[in-house]
Design a protein around this ligand. Structure first.
Ligand SMILES: [Fe+2]
Length: 368
């Protein structure tokens, strides 16, 4: 059995100016816009603010999101939000902004700071409606039930059905800086690749991540075909539609199927170096793909991926470093294996990869 959950999607060039109308139609009178300090200053953000004001929506703005949010970031947003009596949350930004907005919304519903509420989220919970406008194309957070946050210095993925935004506005006129577009885009490639090659939904008793199915496979494959244009997008700004929709569809795929070793490894790598999530996860991509070709159950799928994209070439063409260029060496492999295997929820999505295999994957990734 599997479930399939995605946000309602509004996609197109310039759709950021439709946010106000949609809020109005949902009966929203007072909204909280959550964004980052720089993103909040862009003309794109002003467009969103304006279209809400034109609808007569009373707006509060909190631009305190930092990259790689932690409990302090979320709690600061919560303190701001609980003073305002809003009936919807609008997130305008990349993964960090959308994830923070989801968790602020969670704290509002459960009336507590993040660390007080996060370990006891009731199964049935309804949050305030959330409208997500991604400004980077990669995390897919606009259409997933996941939020990543650092708690006590440890990065952790929080999964709950209530965290799924109600609406995703995917507007490919919105542009991010080149290096951000590159790492976010490679994150999306890894989402599609890992969703496609994760355990089948009929082999696990799934939670939010319920394994791959015909539905997620179709989305993941199409996403990969669109995302292979990433170098054109990063290097000359073309193919924006392909990257924006490819990233969203990769989000739909992994948000339901799951991700596995690459994402577990990325948590371990980010404990060793300060690189963005997309950089960490892409640095093991090719080695993981090669390893999967030896596994009967998933060989055909790994070959499908290989016939569409060369992950290592893609990574190089968009200017992202290899694992060794991140300053990781053979002496770190044991640590990485240890930390990766601790991410049991993701390891369970491709359980054949044991400690020895993990070591092999990291060692071979150091050769790229
Ligand atoms: Fe990711």
């Amino acid at each position: 059995m599997f479930r399939f959950r995605v946000s309602r999607l509004v996609a197109g060039k310039g759709v950021r100016v439709k946010v106000g109308r949609e809020l109005s139609r949902a009966g929203v009178k007072r909204a909280l816009l959550i964004t980052g300090v720089n993103t909040g200053k862009t003309a794109f953000c002003r467009d969103v603010v304006e279209c809400m004001e034109n609808e007569g929506i009373e707006l509060s703005i909190w631009d305190g999101v930092r990259n790689e949010p932690d409990e302090a970031t979320v709690n600061a947003g919560y303190s701001f939000a609980r003073e305002k009596d809003v009936d919807a949350i609008v997130a305008f930004g990349g993964g960090s902004v959308m994830d923070t907005a989801k968790l602020v919304n969670l704290c509002l519903a459960l009336k507590g700071r993040l660390e007080q509420v996060v370990n006891s989220i009731p199964p049935a919970l309804t949050l305030k409606p959330m409208f997500a406008v991604p400004t980077t194309f990669g995390t897919g957070s606009e259409t997933t039930c996941a939020a990543v946050v650092k708690i006590n210095g440890v990065k952790r993925g929080i999964l709950h059905e209530s965290l799924l935004p109600d609406f995703a506005f995917v507007d490919w006129e919105i542009k991010a800086p080149k290096s951000v577009a590159a790492s976010a885009g490679m994150d999306a490639v890894m989402h599609a690749f890992e969703a496609y090659t994760c355990i089948s939904s009929d082999k696990i008793e799934g939670g939010i991540y319920s394994g791959s199915s015909e539905v997620t496979d179709t989305l993941a494959l199409k996403a990969l075909k669109m995302l292979r244009h990433l170098p054109e997008y990063v290097n000359n700004g073309s193919k924006a539609r392909e990257i924006a929709l490819g990233s969203n569809m990769a989000g739909m795929a992994f948000g339901n199927a799951g991700v596995h070793f690459g994402h577990a490894a990325s948590y371990a790598i980010s404990a060793k170096c300060d690189a963005p999530h997309g950089v960490c996860v892409a640095s093991v991509g090719q080695a993981l793909l090669e390893w999967l070709k030896n596994l009967d159950e998933v060989r055909d799928k790994a070959e499908d991926v290989e016939s569409i994209v060369n992950i290592n070439e893609l990574r190089r063409e968009v200017g992202l470093p290899s694992l060794s260029e991140l300053g990781i060496g053979r002496e770190d492999v044991e640590f990485l294996v240890e930390k990766t295997m601790e991410v049991k929820r993701l390891i369970a999505m491709r359980p054949e990869i044991g400690r020895k295999d993990a070591g092999e994957i990291f060692t071979s990734a150091l050769e790229y």
